[in-house]
Design a binder for this molecule. Structure first.
Ligand SMILES: [Zn+2]
Length: 252
C-alpha cells in the first residue's frame, strides 16, 4: 500500500467507525436516557442489539448508570464524580459503577430498578467476563487488519472504540474545570476541550441545567457536533427530535 492509500484508508475507517460510535452514544444519552429524541421500536431494537457492540456497553446498564449520575450528581451515590472519587479516579469508578449497575439490575435492587422502568433487561452478554466481548471483537478485527494490511489502519479502526479517555473527559473534566453558565445544585462545568473531543458532551453545566434537549450548545463559540448528528438522523427519518434547544432563562 502506498502512503497516500494508507492515509485515505485510515481517514475512511476512522471516520466511519467514529460516526457509528458517536451516533450510538448520542442515542443512548440524548434519546433513551433523557427522551430528547423519539426512537421507533425498530431503532430501539437496533440500538439494544447493535449498540452493545458499537459502544461496548449495555444500553440498559448505561442508561441506568447515567440517570443515577443526574439524580445523585456530585454527591454520594454518583457513579462517577470528581467531587466524590477524585478527578483521576473517574475512569476506574466508571468501570466499577457500570458492572455494579448491571449486577444490581439483575438482582432487582430497588434503587437501580426504579431508574429502569421503561427499559428492557440488560443484554444477555452483559455479565461475567462476557461484557468484554465487544472489546475482544474490535481488537481482533484490528489485529487482522494490522497483520494482513496496515497497523496504521488497525489503529484507525480501534481508536473510536476506546471509551476510557472519553469517559474521563466528560465525567471528570466536565464536572471539574470550565465555566458555569447556569446555577445548578451540582458541580457541572462547561469544558470546551471535552466538548470538542466528545461530540459536544463536555457542556455539562448547560446539560445539567436542562437535560432533555438534543443540543447542548448555548453561547457563542460552543460547538456541538452531536447535535449535527441528531439533525442528520432526524432528516433521514431514523429518529425525531422532540426538543432542540436548552432553556436559557437564568443564564449568567
Ligand atoms: Zn445526561
Amino acid at each position: 500500500m502506498t502512503p497516500l492509500t494508507t492515509a485515505l484508508l485510515c481517514l475512511l475507517v476512522f471516520g466511519a467507525n467514529h460516526f457509528v460510535w458517536t451516533a450510538s452514544a448520542i442515542l443512548y444519552h440524548r434519546g433513551i436516557t433523557h427522551g430528547a429524541l423519539r426512537l421507533g421500536p425498530r431503532m430501539r431494537w437496533w440500538l439494544r442489539q447493535v449498540g452493545f457492540w458499537t459502544t461496548a456497553t449495555d444500553l440498559t446498564g448505561w442508561v441506568v448508570m447515567h440517570r443515577r449520575h443526574h439524580h445523585y450528581a456530585d454527591v454520594e451515590g454518583d457513579p462517577h464524580s470528581p467531587h466524590v472519587h477524585g478527578v483521576f479516579g473517574i475512569t476506574w469508578h466508571t468501570i466499577l459503577s457500570f458492572r455494579r449497575t448491571v449486577i444490581a439490575l439483575r438482582r432487582g435492587e430497588a434503587d437501580y430498578v426504579r431508574f429502569a422502568r421503561d427499559l428492557p433487561p440488560p443484554h444477555a452478554l452483559s455479565r461475567d467476563v462476557l461484557f468484554l466481548a465487544p472489546f475482544a471483537l474490535h481488537a481482533g478485527i484490528a489485529l487482522c487488519i494490522g497483520v494482513f494490511a496496515s497497523w496504521w489502519v488497525a489503529l484507525a479502526w480501534f481508536l473510536p472504540y476506546e471509551p476510557l479517555v472519553r469517559a474521563w473527559l466528560v465525567n471528570g473534566l466536565g464536572h471539574y474545570a470550565g465555566g458555569v453558565r447556569f446555577e445548578t445544585t451540582d458541580g457541572s462545568r462547561n469544558s470546551h476541550l471535552a466538548a470538542w473531543l466528545v461530540h459536544g458532551e463536555g457542556y455539562q453545566n448547560n446539560h445539567h441545567h436542562d437535560p432533555a434537549t438534543a443540543s447542548y450548545a448555548v453561547g457563542p463559540g460552543e460547538v456541538d457536533p452531536g447535535y449535527w448528528v441528531c439533525l442528520l438522523l432526524d432528516k433521514i427519518g431514523l429518529i425525531e427530535i422532540k426538543r432542540h434547544f436548552i432553556e436559557t432563562r437564568g443564564a449568567a
